[in-house]
Design a protein. Structure first.
Length: 278
């Protein structure tokens, strides 16, 4: 084309250049190099839009309620007052921080005990106190003699006397009274007390034939086996070195008998009796 041809004239510098865009090529360019723009959200889908829509709905409902009250009259007024009272009560309860604890759940009660039968239970009679058994007689003694020997031994153990003193006391009573609690034919009052026979050796009484006139005690005291045994042990303690004496010598030192050698024959039997009681 000739440079002077009208169509070949140069374009001015500030003239915008128009380009022809092929729709197909534009679609290809967008699909290849540009991500499609996200769809625009309508006013109802945005957060401010949702708030506006909710506010409008609430206002509409409120207007409808006011209109309904105006139209229906007292019935709806009563409903509104009841709702208001309930709201006020709920408001008061929400301000009250004092709460009464609910009653605790009732514990499971055990099943009731079976009703006793009408027949009253038979009460057992009270048990009688068991008396200590009497010592079984040994060494040819009867029960009364064995009981008296036990009284002599019990007093000696209570006084913390050694075992040899028990043998001396039992042997002495065997010689003096044959282990019987004797009254005296000379002292009629001696028969007023429990006794197991009598003797006639002056005013001698009891298991050890101790004489009231010699200061051993009263008739009533000497007729008690326990007292008579205590008096004998007390006198034996006063004999110096009695522990080293024979049974005969120790007994004679207390009794001052006219037959000092008579006590020796009872030593063996007295030892057997003491062994059975201790």
């Amino acid at each position: 084309m000739h440079p002077d041809h009208p169509d070949h004239q140069p374009l001015p510098a500030n003239r915008p250049v128009r380009r022809t865009i092929d729709p197909a090529s534009a679609e290809r360019r967008v699909g290849r190099h540009r991500a499609p723009e996200p769809p625009r959200r309508g006013p109802a889908r945005s957060v401010p839009g949702r708030i506006a829509v909710a506010t409008g709905v609430t206002c509409c409902l409120g207007l409808i309620g006011v209109a309904a009250v105006g139209e229906t009259g007292p019935a709806h007024l009563e409903v509104r007052e009841a709702v208001a009272d309930r709201a006020a009560a709920d408001l008061r309860a929400s301000r009250d921080f004092t709460r009464v604890a609910p009653p605790p759940a009732a514990a499971a009660l055990p099943p009731p005990a079976p009703t006793p039968s009408a027949t009253p239970a038979t009460k057992k009679p009270p048990r009688k106190p068991v008396r200590p058994q009497r010592p079984r007689p040994v060494a040819g003694l009867d029960q009364r003699q064995m009981d008296n020997a036990k009284a002599i031994v019990d007093v000696g153990r209570e006084m913390k006397m050694p075992r040899r003193a028990l043998v001396v006391a039992v042997a002495t009573a065997m010689q003096e009274s044959n282990l019987y609690n004797l009254a005296s034919d000379v002292l009629p009052e001696s028969f007023d007390h429990p006794h197991q026979g009598s003797g006639s050796d002056h005013d001698s009484v009891g298991l050890f034939q101790q004489r009231p006139s010699s200061g051993w005690g009263t008739v009533a005291q000497l007729m008690r086996p326990a007292y008579a045994a205590r008096a004998f042990y007390a006198a034996l303690r006063e004999v110096q070195g009695w522990e080293d004496m024979s049974v005969t010598a120790a007994a004679q030192a207390v009794q001052v008998s006219a037959y000092p050698d008579a006590y020796a024959r009872h030593e063996k039997r007295a030892t057997t009796v003491v062994a059975a009681l201790v």
